[in-house]
Design a protein around this ligand. Structure first.
Ligand code: SAM
Length: 242
């Protein structure tokens, strides 16, 4: 997969992708990430990409031309990528969307700054508007990294055997079960006994119950959309969900 991030701050992206799973995926040739500075497409000697908004109001706006020219330049090397614009007005990113995008061959992510980007650039090149939550960031770079990270860890061979995403929160519509490692007793808090039993069936049952209980306590909204098996319903009944 190739991800191209259009930004005024390419160093922010280049620094962030060097580490951990993303860095390893790049090194192993499993993913290509390129940060492209659309200031290079300003077309003026001061490299200016922003201007005052028509109609007045506070703040500056990124002009349409550098963004569209930059996109047309990178698109020459691509087939027909999906182009995401990071914006608080977009659809709120979730695991289902990450799974959907992880099947794409090429993705372009456009990062705004200042008050955002001239609407005509968005109309000309963007296929999807994406938000990472109901709050305002200074620029789209951190949002782009959140989105890219969540896609990349789903790609084949990116996670090692020990890091499987299949049982992670949201992969089955529920939050994950709790985790424990050594020591067995930490400041008087014991690891649940069943996890030490070696009985895999009982461990699986305990983890499913724990996962359902965590979801019920922390994100009960998820239970409304997930498909529950009869035995899940029985467990939830025990905790007065039904
Ligand atoms: N004036 C815009 C508004 O009220 O919707 C906010 C602009 S914000 C200061 C600058 C840039 O940060 C946006 O163009 C967008 O790319 C990015 N951004 C801010 N919040 C975001 C969020 N929650 N999700 C994704 N991108 C965001």
């Amino acid at each position: 997969m190739k991800i191209v991030i259009m930004t005024l701050f390419p160093e922010m992206i280049e620094d962030a992708v060097r580490h951990s799973i993303m860095g390893r995926a790049i090194e192993n040739g499993l993913i290509q990430i390129e940060a492209v500075d659309f200031r290079a497409f300003s077309g003026n000697k001061h490299n200016q990409v922003d201007d005052y908004p028509y109609g007045g109001g506070a703040g500056m706006l990124i002009m349409a031309k550098p963004v569209v020219d930059c996109y047309r330049h990178i698109a020459k090397e691509m087939k027909s990528p999906r182009v995401m614009y990071m914006t608080p007005a977009g659809k709120v990113w979730n695991q289902e969307m990450a799974i959907e995008y992880s099947k794409e061959e090429e993705v372009v992510i456009l990062c705004g700054h200042y008050e955002g980007i001239d609407q005509r650039a968005i109309e000309a090149i963007v296929t999807d508007e994406v938000s990472i939550g109901d709050f305002i960031l200074t620029g789209g770079e951190l949002a782009a990294m959140v989105v890219a990270d969540s896609i990349i860890r789903l790609l084949p061979n990116v996670l090692g055997k020990e890091e499987s995403f299949e049982k992670e929160s949201f992969s089955e519509g529920l939050l994950e079960h709790d985790h424990y490692t050594r020591p067995q007793n930490f400041e008087g808090r014991e690891v649940p006994e069943v996890l030490l039993s070696g009985n895999h069936k009982n461990i699986e049952m305990y983890r499913r119950e724990n996962s359902l209980l965590n979801t019920l306590k922390k994100r009960p909204d998820l239970l409304k959309t997930v498909e529950l098996a009869e035995k899940d319903k029985k467990i939830l009944k025990k905790y007065n969900y039904f």
